[in-house]
Design a protein around this ligand. Structure first.
Ligand code: ADP
Length: 255
């Protein structure tokens, strides 16, 4: 049987007294594309940030490719992960944020090369070749030597996607990748994400308000409400036969 690439087990998250995630069990299979939808404040971003190691767990476990993310096994017991362990497991995870987070003082090419050289220790020449090929793929090879400030928002996001992809992550997380973009720039970014999705190998977790896009790209949609996944299924099933009144109501806002 195929093992999941990502496994959330009884994951809860509190901010102070506020419970934001409530004992969530969730698997993502290798190559599977999962879209998270749900009202604002329902916990989607926090759910993804735990996997990005940007937020720590309150309880439960998360595994990536069989390895615990927030824990490690010592003498048969699960203990809190060291930062070294966290760094290692994190190499399997690529992230693209709403606000691109490019390094402003580096060229486009340097941005895409950086983690390959410093984290993966790829020789510089090789990293340059891989980076240029990836920039070509996202249609930005001719911008290799410019600085991020000289790019449009859509171009910046395509660079951010290239930078994540060159690390060959097993799972890519897109956290509202188009919500900071001017409407006319959304299409070019969605197009690239769709191309990557169609290649098939990588699992993807996608938080999006672009419902049509979620339907087109996702194998499975998970609907968050009040810190729980209250319903999940194939796009067709979720749209045509929503089981819960909450999902029905949520979807009606998009009609
Ligand atoms: P969504 O992505 O579905 O909009 P979030 O995960 O961003 O939901 O937020 C879920 C809840 O957690 C909200 O009530 C939000 O205000 C709260 N929250 C998120 N981050 C923090 C934080 N760092 N400190 C306190 N509360 C937070």
């Amino acid at each position: 049987m195929t093992e999941p690439i990502v496994r959330y087990n009884q994951v809860s998250k509190y901010f102070g007294d506020l419970q934001v995630l409530n004992k969530i069990d969730f698997d993502i299979m290798p190559g599977e594309k999962v879209a998270l939808i749900g009202p604002s404040g329902s916990g989607k971003t926090t759910f993804a940030r735990l996997l990005m190691t940007l937020e720590s767990l309150s309880s439960g476990t998360i595994q990536v490719d069989g390895q615990y993310l927030w824990h490690e096994e010592k003498d048969g017991k699960l203990v809190k992960a060291s930062s070294k362990h966290l760094r290692e497991v994190r190499q399997n995870i690529g992230m693209v944020f709403q606000h691109f987070h490019l390094f402003p003082h580096m060229t486009v090419l340097e941005n895409v090369m950086e983690a390959q050289v410093t984290v993966k220790k790829t020789p510089e020449k090789e990293a340059e070749k891989i980076s240029k090929d990836m920039l070509d793929k996202v249609g930005l090879l001719e911008k290799a030597d410019v600085y991020p400030a000289q790019l449009s928002g859509g171009q910046k996001q395509r660079v951010a996607i290239a930078r994540a992809l060159v690390m060959k992550p097993k799972v890519m997380i897109f956290d509202e990748p188009t919500s900071a973009l001017d409407p006319e720039l959304v299409g070019e970014v969605l197009e690239i994400i769709k191309e990557i999705a169609d290649e098939g190998e990588m699992a993807m977790l996608l938080i999006t308000h672009e419902m049509d896009f979620a339907l087109e790209v996702a194998d499975r949609i998970a609907f968050f409400d009040g810190g729980k996944i209250v319903e999940q299924g194939s796009p067709e099933q979720m749209i045509n036969n929503p089981e819960t009144p909450r999902l029905n109501e949520f979807l009606s806002r998009f009609n």
